[in-house]
Design a protein around this ligand. Structure first.
Ligand SMILES: O=C1O[C@H](COP(=O)(O)O)[C@@H](O)[C@H](O)[C@H]1O
Length: 251
C-alpha cells in the first residue's frame, strides 16, 4: 500500500468542503471508467460531514443515478429506529440526493445479527457474481470504489472494536457482534479483509474527542504492539485522512 495522504484543515467546515470535492472527482472518475460508483457509508459524525454534497455546486455536478450505496456497519434495529445507520444516512444525506432507491442496499430487517450479517454477505457476493460490484484480484473480496470511514474516540472503525475478536476475522466479508461496547449491542460490520480490498478509503475524523486515537494512529509513537482498529485500515488502493484542527490537537 502507498503511504496514506494526510490532509489537515482548520475547521470541520473546511473538511466538509474538501471531502465534497474529493468525492466529486472520484465519482466522475469511476463512472467514466465503469459506469457506476460504489460507495460505502459509515454512520456517526461522517454523515453530517457529507452535507456539502447535498448543496450547490456539488449536488448538481454528480451523476447520482450511477451511485450504489452500501453500509460499512449497521445496528440490528428496524430501519426507522433512531439507532439505525440507514436512518441516519437517509435523513442526513440520501433523502437529499437523487440516488435511485434500488441502488441503496440497507440490511434486511427482522433477522438476528448472525442472519443479517450472512444475508448481507450473500447479497454482496451475488452483486459480484452479476458484475454489479468488482472483485479484488489480490484478495478475492469485493472491491468497492470508495469507503467513507469514521472513527470512534477509542479508535474503533465500522463495528470493529479494540478488544473484540471480530477485528481479527480473515474469511468472512461481513460479521456480527452482540456485545458492542458502544450501544446498541447488536450490529453487523464489514471485516478488515473486505474493507482493505477497497480502491479508495477516506478516513474522516473531526473533533477533540478523536485527538488521542489520532495521536496513537498517526503520531510519532504510534502503537504497533496492539494496534487500534483504525490502524488496521490499510487498503490495497489509496488511503486519505481528512482531519480538522481539533482532531490533530495532540499531534
Ligand atoms: O457506532 C459507530 O461509530 C463509528 C464512529 O462514530 P462517530 O460518531 O464517533 O463518528 C461510526 O463510524 C460507525 O459507523 C457507527 O456505527
Amino acid at each position: 500500500m502507498a503511504p496514506p495522504t494526510i490532509q489537515k484543515f482548520e475547521s470541520e467546515e473546511q473538511v466538509a468542503v474538501a471531502l465534497a470535492i474529493y468525492i466529486l472527482h472520484l465519482s466522475a472518475k469511476f463512472i467514466a471508467a465503469n459506469g457506476s460508483f460504489s460507495v460505502v457509508l459509515s454512520g456517526g459524525t461522517l454523515i453530517d460531514t457529507l452535507r456539502k454534497l447535498t448543496e450547490p455546486p456539488y449536488v448538481n455536478s454528480i451523476e447520482w443515478s450511477k451511485w450504489l450505496i452500501f453500509f460499512l456497519d449497521e445496528r440490528v434495529v428496524p430501519l426507522d429506529h433512531p439507532d439505525s445507520n440507514y436512518k441516519l444516512a437517509y435523513d442526513g444525506f440520501l433523502s437529499k440526493v437523487p440516488i435511485p432507491k434500488s441502488n441503496i442496499y440497507p440490511i434486511k430487517e427482522k433477522l438476528s445479527p448472525e442472519e443479517a450479517a450472512a444475508e448481507y454477505e450473500q447479497r454482496l457476493k451475488h452483486l459480484v457474481a452479476n458484475n454489479t460490484l468488482k472483485t479484488s484480484p489480490t484478495t478475492g473480496f469485493a472491491k468497492f470504489d470508495l469507503m467513507l470511514v469514521g472513527m470512534g474516540p477509542e479508535g474503533h472503525v465500522a463495528s470493529l472494536f479494540c478488544w473484540h475478536f471480530q477485528r481479527f476475522e480473515k474469511k468472512k466479508w461481513v460479521t456480527y457482534i452482540t456485545d458492542s461496547p458502544k450501544p446498541p449491542p447488536n450490529r453487523i460490520t464489514f471485516t478488515f479483509p473486505l474493507i482493505n480490498s477497497a480502491s479508495e478509503i477516506a478516513m474522516v475524523v473531526t473533533g477533540e474527542d478523536a485527538a488521542d486515537a489520532v495521536k496513537v494512529a498517526l503520531g510519532k509513537h504510534a502503537n504497533d504492539y496492539y494496534p487500534l482498529p483504525v490502524q488496521k485500515v490499510s487498503p490495497e488502493g489509496s488511503l486519505t485522512w481528512f482531519l480538522d484542527k481539533e482532531a490533530t490537537s495532540e499531534l
